[in-house]
Design a protein around this ligand. Structure first.
Ligand SMILES: [Zn+2]
Length: 329
């Protein structure tokens, strides 16, 4: 009798306590940017292998991405832009729109799989298969404008996901938290006149790509829904914690987000070769805790985190570990 009870109780228990998801595919390695490019395939491969060896792995729900449809990508980008990306990849171009955005013949397909991976994770969270999750995708997205590639980014994965969750699940208010070293110019511009998407960014400033001053606050109906916290080179936990606790928190709580997307770059880490910021591995645990608290107080704790930058292979592995651990607590 006792054995029978255990058999019934176990699956029910597992069903009710859904896991944190990790989304990844080896196909992300097929976007070939060349051996010396900072945004290279070893980034996601290293993070995945590191997590696979870690104590977290057995408690993660591992998800495989489905590619985005053409229609999904048009939620943000114009048809002519998407066709332009396709043609450049087919014709074997090495760079697209800017000299830092390297492409290869497979990049178009892989970029669809990156955006689609984020949407796969959104579906898992919205249908409660996963409680939250991290999409280990590339190419990254937050510099991509509606009609222009920039800063290693082809399609704006997070912006597409925000539009998708609003359309498919009738979510009204989406918060995007962008803690990448760089300002997410693309994401800001896509939503700057949209009152339903709140964009928050901390970033080294002045720095690439040049946007993100505190005076950029959105426009028209979106005025007040863009919140930039530009930080001087050399900033660390003290400055970032102030930005998250004192600047983001009150405004995000007033916004009452129903869904939260994180543009999760690890390039503000002290070991990163591209930036001059001083974050530690544990800083990403602090950010994760704050964002979870904001999401929870918004009503439903729905969070999808998406890899953006981060270029020191060891630092990004350790930081991703801490981030996931704090998503799982
Ligand atoms: Zn970055």
């Amino acid at each position: 009798m006792a054995i029978h009870t255990v058999k019934v109780a176990c699956p029910l228990f597992l069903y009710m306590v859904s896991k944190t998801a990790l989304l990844y595919s080896e196909r992300y390695l097929e976007h070939d940017t060349g051996r010396d490019h900072p945004e290279r395939s070893e980034r996601v491969k290293s993070i995945y292998e590191f997590l696979k060896q870690s104590d977290l792995f057995e408690n993660l729900l591992i998800l495989e991405p489905k590619p985005a449809t053409f229609e999904d990508i048009t939620l943000v980008h114009t048809r002519s832009y998407i066709d332009r990306v396709k043609r450049a990849c087919e014709q074997g171009e090495r760079f697209f729109d800017s000299p830092d955005t390297a492409i290869s013949p497979k990049s178009y397909e892989v970029a669809f799989l990156a955006a689609g991976g984020v949407l796969t994770l959104v579906d898992a969270v919205m249908t409660e298969k996963a409680r939250n999750g991290f999409a280990l995708v590339r190419p990254p997205g937050h510099h991509a404008e509606r009609e222009m590639a920039l800063g290693f980014c082809l399609f704006n994965n997070v912006a597409i996901a925000a539009k998708y969750v609003q359309k498919k699940y009738r979510i009204e208010r989406v918060l995007i938290v962008d803690w990448d070293l760089h300002h997410g110019n693309g994401t800001q511009h896509i939503f700057e006149d949209d009152p339903t998407v709140f964009y928050f960014s901390t970033h080294q400033y002045p720095f690439y790509p040049g946007t993100g001053s505190e005076h950029e606050i959105g426009r028209g109906k979106g005025k007040g829904r863009t919140l930039n916290v530009p930080l001087r080179a050399g900033s660390g936990d003290k400055e970032y914690q102030y930005a998250f606790q004192e600047i983001l928190s009150p405004q995000a709580l007033a916004f009452k987000p129903e869904f939260v997307l994180i543009s999760c770059g690890f390039d503000a880490h002290e070991d990163d070769p591209l930036g001059q910021m001083n974050l530690k591995d544990e800083s990403y645990g602090f950010f994760t805790d704050i964002v979870r608290k904001l999401a929870r107080e918004g009503g439903q704790e729905r969070i999808v985190s998406v890899l953006e930058g981060g270029y020191n292979l060891e630092a990004i592995c350790r930081s991703a570990y801490v981030h996931l651990k704090h998503l799982m607590i």
